[in-house]
Design a protein around this ligand. Structure first.
Ligand code: DGT
Ligand code: CA
Ligand code: CA
Ligand code: ZN
Length: 576
């Protein structure tokens, strides 16, 4: 059964491959897919039941796109997508993820140097073949080489950015949950721990009918090549080249399997040591008393940790960095959870060029999300294309003032996402900046400067009294762009000293600040804010990932501004 999410994935892949095919991200067809994506995004799940005619009647969907969607819904396949995939296999598409290689360059590498995949590119780089292409030269060649190194793409241990793996995994989990024979499904492995990149997906399924489940799995539309298929495990590779391991267990073993396959390996080694020291063994089938052979616990993860005398450990903390020792001693920090979050302090509207929903749509969505407060933070004027001018900003403030009356349960702050210039200055002047309730300042350009400059840049921005928080601290895009280099300790000390919060941006492309920085910041007395940076209502769900990333950094709610009641937050803003 095709879901709305499957349709969105279809349109995303059509967009990506069509950009490659036509070498132009602004082509008519690319825009048609993008418009259709927005139209589908705005519909309920029942959009899958719409006829071709009904789809065409939606604003943004043309006849030919509607036909492709209908074919996909009815048959689970798309001829257009399949022919594009044949022309542009996954190994080739991955080349476009390397910094310095866009769709046009990738096409030229293929057409002029016969490069079809990473191995071919590495061989050509070794032979210095790229520098001889018109318009290339040694500089560009070196940049591409560096890009491969930065992304950790060399060798066969290829890892996928979490933003690519997550939608595949959640769609798979949803599908598996809908199977009649399946009682429980748990996403495991590095993805459940919210690691920024994953080598493969691990899913545990509980059922009394393993054969039926296995048969379902191999017939799913996302299955490309089948690597192995038995009654306990099915492994396959998706069309995008992502390996998936589905383990099938009986419901009474579900907890043990989920615990084992969630890992990490280092965490499991520590947990197993605890078990051995208590005369028990732990494996994917259960926790067993060595002497009696009795299974002590296996049905749920909680049972297993409890039987070992350990507090339950949230999956993002299971990296073998002291969490098992802390849990054994009853000293595991009570890390922040989604229910602690009271508001979101980084949201955009269509007044920013890149926002995709109106102020009212965003406000309604935030309220439905159960938040008590929100800061609308469209981009400051200095951001090319997307920035908002002074008059527009004041107009927005007035609009917020007017709309506030209709939302008595949601306090709407008027904020701004300022741009940190290379010297650490920000948009507008001091008097204008003083009119905002809340400002988050972020780096959006000048990523390649040396660490010493970036450190001064960030600290200068933090010293500005208008700046309440630093957005997506490193500016990295996981798998695409490394973050800026800076002196972590100096920046965090300045954050504590100036009373500037460090944002934990929940976008899967970012997950920024990183867990290491968060852990260092806790020791230095830094405050944090977990934000979605939403440009559309559908992105408010990022809070969950921001929280999980905060858990990876062992962050407790007291240090997170947006777990506080509004009054306390406003006091902090006023005094910091
Ligand atoms: P990845 O796939 O590299 O992103 O990271 P993981 O953590 O998902 O690793 P993966 O897929 O090799 O294995 C999934 C989990 O299964 C892992 O986190 C712990 C468990 N596991 C796998 N192999 C071993 C092993 O040799 N020893 C132990 N103790 N656990 C293992
Ligand atoms: Ca894995
Ligand atoms: Ca695996
Ligand atoms: Zn933003």
């Amino acid at each position: 059964m095709v879901t709305k999410r499957d349709i969105l994935s279809l349109l995303d892949e059509l967009t990506e491959l069509t950009i490659l095919d036509e070498g132009d991200p602004q082509s008519f067809r690319v825009r048609a897919y993008d418009n259709a994506r927005r139209a589908i995004e705005g519909q309920t799940d029942r959009v899958v039941n719409m006829s071709e005619k009904e789809l065409v009647a939606l604003k943004g969907i043309g006849k030919s796109t509607a036909a492709k969607i209908t074919q996909f819904v009815l048959t689970g396949r798309s001829e257009k997508l399949e022919s594009l995939r044949a022309d542009y296999p996954a190994e080739f598409v991955r080349l476009t993820k390397i910094p310095g290689i866009g769709p046009k360059t990738a096409r030229r590498l293929r057409d002029e140097l016969n490069i079809h995949d990473l191995a071919g590119l590495e061989a050509a780089l070794d032979q210095q073949l790229l520098r001889n292409l018109p318009g290339f030269g040694p500089g560009k060649e070196e940049k591409i080489g560096r890009g491969i190194d930065q992304l950790g793409l060399r060798g066969k241990e290829q890892r996928f950015p979490i933003s690519e793996a997550w939608p595949v995994a959640t769609a798979l989990v949803d599908t598996l949950e809908s199977l009649p024979e399946v009682t429980r499904v748990q996403l495991c492995g590095s993805l459940r721990r919210l690691r920024e990149t994953v080598a493969d997906l691990d899913v545990v399924v509980a059922t009394y009918d393993p054969d039926a489940v296995g048969e379902h799995v191999i017939s799913l539309p996302i299955v490309g090549e089948i690597l192995g298929h038995g009654s306990t495990k099915t492994s396959f590779v998706t069309a995008a080249g992502l390996q998936v391991d589905v383990r099938v267990v009986t419901p009474d073993q579900f907890g043990a399997a989920a615990q084992y396959f969630t890992g990490s390996k280092a965490h499991n080694v520590s947990v197993r040591q605890v078990a051995l020291s208590q005369g028990m063994t732990l494996n994917e089938y259960g926790l067993t008393n060595v002497e009696t052979g009795d299974v002590v616990a296996s049905a749920t993860e909680k049972d297993i940790y409890r039987a070992l005398g350990l507090e339950w450990i949230p999956p993002p903390m299971r990296e073998g960095t002291g969490e098992v020792e802390a849990a054994a001693a009853g000293r595991l920090p009570n890390v922040v959870t989604l229910t602690d979050i009271k508001g979101d302090l980084h949201d955009h509207t269509d007044r920013s060029g890149d926002g995709r929903a109106s102020l009212e749509q965003m406000i309604v969505a935030v309220q439905e999300h159960g938040f008590e407060y929100v800061a609308i933070t469209d981009h400051g004027i200095n951001l090319t294309i997307n920035g908002v001018g002074r008059a527009e900003m004041l107009k927005q403030r007035q609009e917020i003032h007017e709309i506030q009356d209709r939302f008595p349960d949601l306090r709407i702050l008027h904020g701004c996402e300022l741009n940190i210039g290379v010297e650490g200055t920000v948009d507008y002047d001091d008097a204008f900046l003083a009119g905002f309730d809340w400002c988050v300042a972020s780096v959006h350009d000048g990523f390649d400067r040396p660490a010493a400059e970036q450190t001064i840049r960030l600290i200068t921005a933090m010293q500005n009294p208008a700046v309440n928080a630093i957005g997506h601290l490193s500016g990295r895009m996981i798998g695409r762009r490394p973050g800026i280099a800076f002196d972590t300790e100096a920046v965090l000390e300045a954050a504590a000293l100036t009373g500037t919060a460090i944002e934990i941006n929940g976008a899967l492309e970012r997950l920024d600040a990183t867990p290491d920085v968060i852990r260092a910041g806790i020791d230095l007395g830094v405050h944090f804010v977990i934000s979605t940076d939403s440009h559309h209502p559908s992105e408010l769900c990022r809070m969950e990932w921001g929280v999980a990333n905060a858990q990876r950094g062992w962050l407790t709610p007291e240090r997170v501004l947006n777990t506080w009641p509004l009054d306390r937050l406003l006091d902090w803003i006023g005094s910091a």
